[in-house]
Design a protein around this ligand. Structure first.
Ligand SMILES: *Cc1c(COP(=O)(O)O)cnc(C)c1O
Length: 431
C-alpha cells in the first residue's frame, strides 16, 4: 500500500482555497499522485485530456498491455496446456482477481465470484434470490434506476408470470426533490411487510450519485423476511463497502467503471457465505460451477461448489479478465481506504470550487454529505448545460452530459488531480 502515514495530505478538514497554488500544493502532498503515471490518457491536440468519466469507462492501465501479451504468449506457446501450466493457469484464472476484490467489497474470498457481466449476473442472482410465493411477490427498487436494472427486474417479474405494475414497488423522491430519503425507503419496506420478496437497490444511483445506506436497507428487508441485493456498478472501486458484515444477501457489479477493467470486462457477484455454502439453493448450473473433483468426470448430476463460484456457468473468460487483473493489482497497492480518503478530499474540493460560482445557474444534485456520495458530482445546469459541455470538450476535459442539462463529473482518485479539478473550475468561471 502507498505510504500515507507521513503525509499531511489526508487531514480531516482541509481549508480549501480557490487558487492554482493551493491545488498544486495538494497534488505535491498527495501520496497517490504517482498512480496517474500508470494510466494511458486519450489526447486532444497533442495533450492528454483531463478525464472525469471514470464512472462510465475507467482509463487503461499501462500494465494491461503486457498482461494481455503474456496470455497471448501462453496461448501461442502452450495452447490447451495453458489451463494447467503457464504463469497464471487458466483453470483458476477468475480466482486471481478475488483477493484484491475482498477489501473493496468487504467480503470473504468464498463469497466472491468473477464471471459474466453485470446484467447477466443480476439475472442469475435473482433466479436464486427472487422467489415470489403467494402473498410475498414484490420487488422494491429506486425509481430512475439504470435502464438495464429496470429491464432485468421487469422481465424477471414477467418470467414468473406476474405483472410488473403490481409486483414492482418504486421508491421516488419527495415532490420537487431529486434524491431519496433513507427514511422513505425504510418506511416503504416496513409498509410492504410480508408482501416483499426482494429489495433490489443500486448501491449508488448512477444519475444522482446518491449512495444509499445498504446496511440499513438490508436490516429493514430482513426484518420483514425479504432478501436484499445490490447493484454496485458505481460503488466498487469507488466507495469501500462491507457486504459480509452488513449481511447483504447478494450483490453484482461491472468492472469497467471505477475498476478500470476495460470495455465489457468480466463482472462479478457476491453471495453471502450463509447462502454460498448452501448447495441446496436453486440456481442454473454449468460445469464451471460444479465441484472440481467431479467436473471432468463428465457425469450426470450437478454438484455445486459450496461457495460463490457455485454460480459459475462457463469456462473462465481469460481475455476478458486479464486487464481487470492488472488494474486490481494497482488498486490493491494504492489501497481502497487511501483512495477513498483522497476521493473525499478531491470531490470536496470540486464542490468547494463550484460554491465559488454563484453567478452560474446550476445546482449540485448529488448529496452534500460526503458519506452519502462517492467520487461523482452531478451538476444540473438549468440553461447552459450543453454549451458548458461543449466548451469542456474543446478544452480537453472529458465529462458526461445527459439531457436535460446534467453534467456528471467524477474525479477518480487514481488518475485525477487537484489541478485537474481546478482547471474544470477555471473553465466554468469563464461563463
Ligand atoms: C453501468 C451499469 C450497468 C451496466 O450493466 P452491463 O450488464 O455491464 O452492461 C448496469 N447497472 C448499473 C447501475 C450501471 O451503472
Amino acid at each position: 500500500m502507498a505510504d500515507t502515514t507521513s503525509s499531511v495530505f489526508f487531514v480531516e478538514q482541509i481549508a480549501y482555497q480557490a487558487s492554482l497554488g493551493f491545488a498544486q500544493a495538494c497534488d505535491e502532498a498527495d501520496p497517490l499522485a504517482p498512480f496517474q503515471q500508470q494510466f494511458h490518457f486519450p489526447e486532444v491536440a497533442g495533450k492528454p485530456v483531463i478525464y472525469f468519466c471514470g464512472n462510465s469507462l475507467g482509463l487503461q492501465p499501462k500494465a494491461a498491455e503486457a498482461a494481455l501479451q503474456q496470455e497471448l504468449d501462453t496461448w501461442r506457446q502452450m495452447a490447451v496446456g495453458g489451463y494447467f501450466g503457464g504463469p497464471n493457469p487458466w483453470l483458476h484464472y477468475h480466482q486471481t482477481c478475488v483477493p484484491a476484490l475482498c477489501p473493496l467489497l468487504g467480503a470473504l474470498p468464498q463469497e466472491l465470484v468473477v464471471m459474466n457481466a453485470l446484467t447477466v449476473n443480476l439475472h442469475f442472482m435473482m433466479l436464486s434470490f427472487y422467489k415470489p410465493q403467494g402473498k410475498r411477490f414484490k420487488i422494491m427498487m429506486e425509481a430512475g434506476a439504470f435502464p438495464s436494472d429496470m429491464y432485468a427486474i421487469e422481465t424477471q417479474v414477467r418470467h414468473h408470470g406476474l405483472a410488473p405494475e403490481l409486483a414492482i414497488v418504486e421508491i421516488t423522491p419527495r415532490p420537487g426533490q431529486k434524491l431519496l430519503h433513507m427514511d422513505d425507503i425504510l418506511q416503504a419496506i416496513e409498509n410492504e411487510g410480508d408482501a416483499l420478496a426482494l429489495c433490489m437497490f443500486s448501491g449508488m444511483n448512477y444519475y444522482t450519485g446518491q449512495l444509499y445506506d445498504m446496511a440499513a436497507i438490508t436490516r429493514a428487508a430482513h426484518a420483514v423476511g425479504a432478501m436484499a441485493g445490490f447493484d454496485l456498478a458505481h460503488v466498487v472501486g469507488n466507495v469501500p463497502v462491507h457486504l459480509h458484515q452488513w449481511n447483504a444477501d447478494f450483490a453484482v457489479w461491472c468492472s469497467y467503471k471505477y475498476l478500470n477493467g476495460g470495455p465489457g470486462a468480466v463482472g462479478g457477484a457476491f453471495v453471502h457465505q450463509r447462502h454460498a455454502q448452501n448447495v441446496e439453493l436453486p440456481r442454473l448450473g454449468g460445469w464451471w460451477g460444479n465441484a472440481e473433483e467431479t467436473r471432468f468426470k463428465m457425469e450426470k448430476g450437478f454438484v455445486p461448489k459450496p461457495d460463490a463460484s457455485g454460480w459459475c456457468q462457463s469456462t473462465t473468460q481469460v481475455f476478458n479478465t486479464v486487464c481487470l487483473k492488472a488494474a486490481l493489482t494497482m488498486i490493491d497497492s494504492a489501497g481502497i481506504d487511501n483512495m477513498r480518503k483522497k476521493s473525499m478530499a478531491l470531490t470536496g474540493y470540486l464542490e468547494f470550487l463550484l460554491q465559488q460560482l454563484p453567478q452560474l445557474d446550476f445546482e449540485i444534485i448529488t448529496p452534500a454529505d460526503a458519506n452519502a456520495r462517492g467520487a461523482q458530482l452531478s451538476l444540473y445546469f438549468r440553461t447552459q448545460g450543453r454549451a458548458i459541455h461543449q466548451k469542456m470538450t474543446e478544452n480537453g476535459i472529458v465529462v458526461d452530459y445527459r439531457e436535460p442539462g446534467v453534467i456528471r463529473v467524477a474525479p477518480a482518485p487514481l488518475y485525477c488531480s487537484f489541478q485537474d479539478v481546478y482547471r474544470f473550475y477555471e473553465i466554468l468561471k469563464s461563463f
